[in-house]
Write a protein of this length. Structure first.
Length: 201
């Protein structure tokens, strides 16, 4: 009967067919020269490897571990590359940060925020079924944060925009809802994780 060696710690079972191969090797030595070539070819023409050339259980285990480590490293690099992030920074003045910003998924959440240079703002939330809410009021830049003081808020926009963290990104600015910072830190810069300035038409 073939011997079976099990490595319980790794959960990987390695079957070593030493006995079968050794028997085949001994039978091969006893066969005439012409028959030996047929036996060496194995069943259906597949070659029978010499026992000394087979990888040992330890070698197979080492290769599996190294392959697993390599896969984890590759996945780590891939995930790290997906999360593009930016650092908080203070804009030089109000004019630099003023403009129209968008954050959304293109479906039920599409919020447009317009920061005017005179210190007023407008916000609008649109979705698949139309307008979900709007807001307006005043905004103020305090170091690396924008504080919104609403004068009017309706429907889904009630309490939705309060403070925004200001971050420098690719020569421009992005805005992250302070209460949504954990989500941004995990996902990085995406259209759904932060407000990005809309291109002027």
């Amino acid at each position: 009967m073939p011997r079976i060696h099990t490595r319980g710690k790794t959960g990987v079972e390695i079957c070593v067919l030493d006995d079968i191969l050794e028997q085949a090797h001994r039978a091969n030595r006893r066969q005439p020269h012409g028959s030996r070539r047929r036996l060496e070819s194995g069943v259906s023409g597949f070659p029978i490897p010499h026992p000394g050339r087979l990888p040992t259980a330890r070698a197979m285990k080492t290769r599996s571990i190294l392959a697993g480590i390599g896969l984890l490293i590759a996945v780590g690099h891939a995930l790290a590359g997906e999360a593009e992030k930016s650092a908080p920074e203070t804009p030089p003045d109000v004019k630099a940060i003023a403009g129209s910003y968008y954050c959304g998924d293109g479906l039920g959440y599409n919020v447009t925020l317009t920061l005017k240079e005179d210190g007023s703002y407008l916000a609008d939330w649109e979705g698949c079924l139309g307008r979900y809410g709007d807001a307006s009021g005043c905004w103020k830049l305090l170091d690396k944060r924008i504080v919104l003081t609403p004068k009017k808020e309706r429907d889904m926009m009630k309490g939705h925009l309060k403070t925004l963290d200001v971050l420098k990104h690719q020569g421009g600015w992005i805005l992250v809802r302070s209460e949504n910072r954990d989500f941004y830190d995990k996902r990085g810069v995406t259209r759904f994780s932060c407000f990005q300035k809309e291109n002027k038409k």
